[in-house]
Design a protein. Structure first.
Length: 77
């Protein structure tokens, strides 16, 4: 299956890219996709995850064609 991964804000800056398109094994989770795209780099604990514009847990199982997004915490006022 193929998924699109989008990275936002400081996370995109730290990784040096805003998007990946990956082929993953069926029944891959959000964490599996992170590892496939980023190797040994840990997924920061405070990063939010969304699939197709809906927040999901890191254990969420992806489907072919999904758009996965990673959002670092945002502060401001």
């Amino acid at each position: 299956m193929t998924v699109t991964i989008k990275y936002f804000a400081s996370l995109a800056e730290d990784l040096g890219r805003r998007e990946d398109r990956l082929s993953l094994a069926p029944a891959s989770s959000v964490v599996d996709a992170w590892r496939a795209a980023n190797g040994d780099r840990e997924l920061p604990a405070n990063v939010l995850t969304a699939v197709n514009h809906a927040y999901v847990e890191r254990s969420h199982v992806l489907a072919d064609g999904d758009e996965l997004a990673f959002f670092p915490p945002v502060t401001g006022g």
